[in-house]
Design a protein around this ligand. Structure first.
Ligand SMILES: NC(=O)c1ccc[n+]([C@@H]2O[C@H](COP(=O)([O-])OP(=O)(O)OC[C@H]3O[C@@H](n4cnc5c(N)ncnc54)[C@H](OP(=O)(O)O)[C@@H]3O)[C@@H](O)[C@H]2O)c1
Length: 372
């Protein structure tokens, strides 16, 4: 039986966990609240970044003596293995916690139910499942990484009412309204990297930086561009703006990019090419970004890269702005051919939300790919 105080504490723990967004990866975001033996708030903590103390340990330290005989309310099953820090289960048992309320079990194979088993064996009462849906959504980047070893990719597109991303001449500035564009800056600020294709760099010379009043220098997301040729035309802003830039190209192309690599912060990543496929394996790119601590990526590209990502089933969620403007059939479509021949095979979204964004509509959801 979950008490009102525990329900309230779990809401607080979920909010605290979110403070580790971006920095906790590849670890999960975790928040913990301790209630004393009378059910009163005694302390809390969250996991700030990989290698830093876990939420449970910080919460125990902040609650002090009140942990003994108290309840811990935590968003994820406590770890029971030695990583960069010791097992949280040992700390919880040592602190004399008598009850623990956990939102979800940790699918990490090193934990996966064993944390809960250890706590129960020590005589601690364990309840699981409170706000498990919210906890899963909060940690979707971590859960995706455990399953795929890749970064989470969100495809952001600004569309006309008739589903076009640019007019016939390629001009697309600006389809969406001021409010939506400010929202996009906040979206960029919430991810570790922004991705585009060489086509957009050649056409628009985009900055793809965060330009919000409170953006601190050095807090820009990494900018990644993919190209099979290394041809970026006369565009320089993308490369010369502050922040790290990664140019992802097939093996052998880096040699032509010395003009770019001489710019501070610009790196080239080369990938082997698969025979029969133009360009690089985007799955390999996202494995490498994840290995470098980039948990989530916002893709802002034209139809070429967006289509390839969808075909390769690498788009995890979409954020689509629809603006009250019509370009007609001459306009550029959002996607090239996807091989969808009937409605049964359409790509669908789940967990969809739709809301106004100034004069636009923003639809967001996770992509569902057919399993057969
Ligand atoms: N409305 C919107 O939300 C929005 C957003 C962005 C862009 N746009 C518009 O979209 C238009 C540009 O569209 P686009 O299709 O040309 O651009 P794009 O999708 O941004 O870039 C396509 C290019 O990306 C590279 N690429 C894609 N997959 C690759 C892979 N697997 N490996 C290596 N390189 C890969 C290729 O570059 P190489 O040719 O160098 O090999 C390809 O030509 C512009 O008019 C722009 O204004 C609209």
């Amino acid at each position: 039986m979950i008490s009102r105080a525990e329900t309230h504490a779990m809401k607080k723990a979920l909010k605290l966990a979110a403070c580790g967004r971006g920095s906790a990866f590849p670890n999960p975001m975790v928040g913990a609240v301790i209630l004393d033996r009378n059910g009163n708030y005694a302390g809390d903590g969250f996991h700030r970044k990989c290698g830093a103390p876990h939420a449970e340990v910080i919460a125990i330290a902040s609650a002090g003596e009140a942990s003994s005989g108290g309840t811990m309310v935590v968003t994820l099953e406590p770890c029971c293995h030695h990583g960069r820090t010791g097992p949280c289960t040992d700390e919880i048992i040592r602190a004399g916690i008598s009850r623990i309320v956990v939102a979800m079990t940790d699918p990490d194979p090193r934990v996966s139910g064993r944390g809960i088993e250890q706590l129960e064996s020590a005589g601690i009462e364990v309840e699981t499942g409170l706000f498990s849906g919210e906890a899963r959504t909060l940690n979707r980047v971590y859960l995706h990484y455990l399953e795929t070893s890749r970064s989470w990719v969100t495809l952001k597109i600004a569309l006309s009412l008739d589903g076009r991303t640019a007019a016939a001449d390629g001009s697309s500035r600006w389809i969406s309204c001021d409010k939506s564009r400010r929202r996009v800056h906040r979206m960029r600020a919430s991810v570790r990297a922004v991705l585009t294709g060489a086509g957009t760099v050649r056409a628009d010379d985009p900055e793809l930086t965060v330009r919000l009043a409170d953006t601190l220098p050095g807090r820009q997301p990494v900018r990644i561009v993919v190209s099979s040729t290394g041809d970026f035309g006369e565009s320089w802003k993308f490369f010369r703006n502050p922040g790290r830039v990664i140019i992802a190209v097939p093996e052998g192309v880096a040699a032509c990019l010395t003009e770019y690599t001489s710019i501070p912060g610009v790196d080239v990543w080369e990938f082997p090419t698969d025979s029969g496929i133009r360009g690089i394996s985007l799955a390999s790119l996202f494995e490498r970004t994840a290995a470098e601590g980039i948990g989530s990526i916002l893709c802002e590209a034209g139809s070429g890269l967006s289509t390839r990502l969808l075909k390769d089933e690498l788009v995890d969620s979409v954020s689509i702005f629809t603006a009250p403007v019509i370009f007609g059939g001459e306009g550029r479509p959002a996607f090239e051919l996807l091989g969808i021949d009937n409605i049964e095979n359409a790509i669908r979204l789940e967990n969809v939300s739709s809301r106004r964004s100034g004069s636009d509509f923003l639809t967001e959801g996770c992509v569902v790919y057919r399993s057969d």
